[in-house]
Design a protein around this ligand. Structure first.
Ligand code: AMP
Ligand code: MG
Length: 346
């Protein structure tokens, strides 16, 4: 198969719109940009398209897909909007990087809910994403566009790496603005529960729904309620270690490890912030942003992990990132990528 590649401007053209619409309707797949990360989409109402997503990504069948809508008009056709706080959340955070998990109605097919009686729904903030869903004319299931286990795609070159000539249509939307996947919030009971942290933070939700809880699974203390959380995630090929502590000790530890690896002819990459970038002896560096710019760090995290794969290093050391309101989401992804390998040096 040869993928058809379109730009955002191409979406204005009628023949492109027709191609996108028929691809969705015939059970094909379309990779498109959203504000969080790129998504690989299929019509929620077409089992063949959904099977395509699972097969192409290599995604486990019990890991459910998020359904994307253009607006809330048809929401209640698909789910029960039965908690009083849901309207407040919709008004405050939609369109945007918040997925809400509702009790599903009968009409929602079982083939993308991982056998659950619930379904995650999101109205993306990205105009381009909403345009693609509007063109599709149906709800669109779109998990992150990456081969399962790899870091999510936040640059179009990541999309090409994973999906060129494996997916019918690829839409180039440049760099993803947010760079981490949506916050997942369970809204099926009388207090909402965060199942996956994201850029809509606990504090932001608490402002409008004070009773919000953080699920124990996020804190690493329980088996996952959100099925996707139990799988290996975001993992680069090399062994990734996060190093935490005061700046001088962290630099010293990483340089000492690097020296040791170099003696064994191993290649080392480091993921560092702007303020310390000149202090590392490792040849391969990815400067992820300024220490106090958490949004910038979030948007570059997956690119950093993928770049390390491209550089073919054997070991990766990353600083840890604890400044700013997005640090929870950043560290959640980074710890998964590192399989929880974190060294505290002081
Ligand atoms: P992705 O679309 O790749 O960001 O993955 C979707 C995430 O949302 C995964 O971690 C899923 O386990 C989670 N998710 C989707 N639907 C549900 C649901 N009904 N209940 C709990 N978690 C869900
Ligand atoms: Mg994913």
């Amino acid at each position: 198969m040869k993928s058809r590649i379109y730009t955002v401007d191409d979406l204005q053209r009628q023949e492109v719109q027709r191609d996108i619409q028929t691809t969705f309707q015939r059970g094909g797949n379309v990779v498109f940009p959203t504000e969080t990360v790129y998504g690989i989409g299929a019509s929620a109402l077409n089992q063949e398209g959904i099977n395509g997503i699972y097969a192409i990504k290599g995604r486990p069948q019990d890991n459910p897909l998020i359904m994307h809508l253009v607006d809330t008009t048809s929401l209640e056709e698909y789910v029960d909007v039965d908690q009083p706080y849901i309207n407040t959340l919709m008004e405050r955070f939609w369109p945007g990087p918040l997925t809400m998990v509702f009790t599903k109605k009968e009409i929602v097919p079982h083939y993308f809910t991982g056998g659950l009686q619930t379904v995650g729904v999101r109205i993306p903030g990205s105009d381009v994403a909403r345009k693609v869903i509007a063109i599709a004319g149906v709800p669109v299931c779109a998990p992150s566009a990456n081969i399962s286990g790899r870091p999510s795609a936040t640059l179009f070159k990541h999309v090409l790496e994973d999906f060129q000539d494996k997916v019918d249509i690829l839409i180039d939307g440049g760099k993803s603005e947010v760079g981490l996947e949506s916050t997942v919030l369970d809204v099926t009971s009388d207090t909402p529960v965060i199942l996956r942290p994201g850029m809509i933070t606990y504090e932001m939700i608490q402002e409008v729904v004070p009773s919000v809880q953080m699920n124990q699974e996020v804190l690493g203390e329980q088996t996952p309620k959100s099925p996707g959380m139990k799988y290996k995630h975001y993992a680069p090929k090399a062994l990734l270690t996060i190093v935490e502590g005061n700046k001088d000790d962290v630099v010293a530890y990483i340089n000492q490890q690097t020296k040791q690896h170099h003696l064994e002819n191993q290649r080392v990459g480091v993921i560092v912030t702007d303020d310390v970038k000149h202090r590392f002896i490792a040849k391969h560096q990815f400067v992820i942003g300024r220490l106090d710019q958490d949004a910038e760090i979030a948007s570059n995290l997956f690119a950093a992990l993928r770049e390390m794969d491209t550089l073919d290093v054997d070991y990766i050391y990353s600083l840890s990132f604890h400044q700013g309101s997005y640090s929870e989401a950043i560290m959640n992804r980074l710890l998964k990528a590192a399989n929880n390998r974190i060294i505290k040096v002081n």
